[in-house]
Design a protein around this ligand. Structure first.
Ligand code: PTJ
Length: 247
């Protein structure tokens, strides 16, 4: 194990890298996950490695959507499991959501390893292993979901999702909350609520908003959902990354 001094200027980035590396060693994260992490880091560097105001507004809208949902589901892949396993369990508890493992490169082995890892971090039930439901319009392996999980969810949180699946889920009429550091990715573009932030900051932030809103009325939650402007959030994130002035 490595020791990273908290005073190091790139502490969070080094810690995140280390967790992804460990994820690959444990059979949780795919090798492609390393590439995805590198891409994410580059965007995060340009964002100033902080939660920008529009991402915080998106996190609050996400919390409101999850609290209003009949059947919210949080999707977990190999990168999410390595980076924020306990934080995903906390969010699921805070909003009453199911957790489902859903993989881009699906193998039974990795599904099991991730489900075990989430249970080690306090999850009581982990979906995704039954795979008796399908997302229309995707090839066989990538279409697999649990019928009583993502299959019947009305609101899904899909962090670091690939574009095809994000679009197919949106086409099914599901309200999609995406966490992706790239505001130009098809996932962010197809989401009802795109959170352009690092998953390590975004998930605890959504949980904090959900706790803050736990006593809010339906009307108040609906007002938060309605006033959130996804186009503006995407525009602001892209402007922050480009370092230019807002048009
Ligand atoms: O475990 P699996 O098989 O489901 O595979 C997961 C990955 C992430 C490897 C797979 O979905 C994939 O290849 O994704 P992409 O197409 O590389 O997209 C990942 C997106 O997430 C990119 O837009 C990255 O910028 C972004 N990203 C990477 N790391 C983070 C991130 N966004 C938020 N927080 C991060 N830490």
């Amino acid at each position: 194990d490595i020791e990273i001094p908290e005073s190091h200027p790139r502490y969070l980035s080094l810690l995140t890298r280390h967790r992804i590396e460990e994820g690959v060693e444990k059979g949780i994260t795919s090798k492609q996950g390393l590439i995805a992490e590198g891409r994410g880091e580059a965007f995060d560097y340009l964002l100033g490695e902080e939660t920008i105001p529009s991402a915080d507004a998106a996190a609050r809208a996400a919390a409101a959507r999850l609290l209003l949902a009949e059947h919210p589901v949080l999707s977990v892949n190999g990168n999410v499991a390595a980076l924020v396993p306990g934080e995903m369990v906390e969010l699921a508890d805070a909003v009453g959501a199911d957790i489902e493992v859903n993989l881009f490169n699906r193998t039974e082995e990795r599904l099991r390893a991730i489900a075990d890892h989430l249970r080690d971090h306090g999850a009581s039930e982990v979906k995704g292993l039954t795979a008796d439901g399908r997302i229309p319009g995707l090839d066989h392996e990538r279409a697999k979901v649990d019928a009583d999980g993502i299959g019947s969810a009305d609101v899904v949180l899909v962090p670091l999702e690939d574009g095809d699946r994000a679009e197919a889920l949106a086409a099914m009429g599901k309200v999609e909350i995406v966490v992706d550091l790239n505001p130009m990715s098809r996932s962010a573009q197809s989401a009802a609520v795109p959170i352009v932030d690092n998953i390590v900051r975004a998930v605890p932030n959504v949980t904090a908003h959900a706790r803050d809103l736990s006593d809010a009325s339906r009307e108040e939650l609906e007002r938060i959902v309605e006033t959130f402007d996804r186009e503006a959030a995407l525009r602001e994130a892209e402007a922050a990354i480009r370092g230019g002035e807002l048009a």
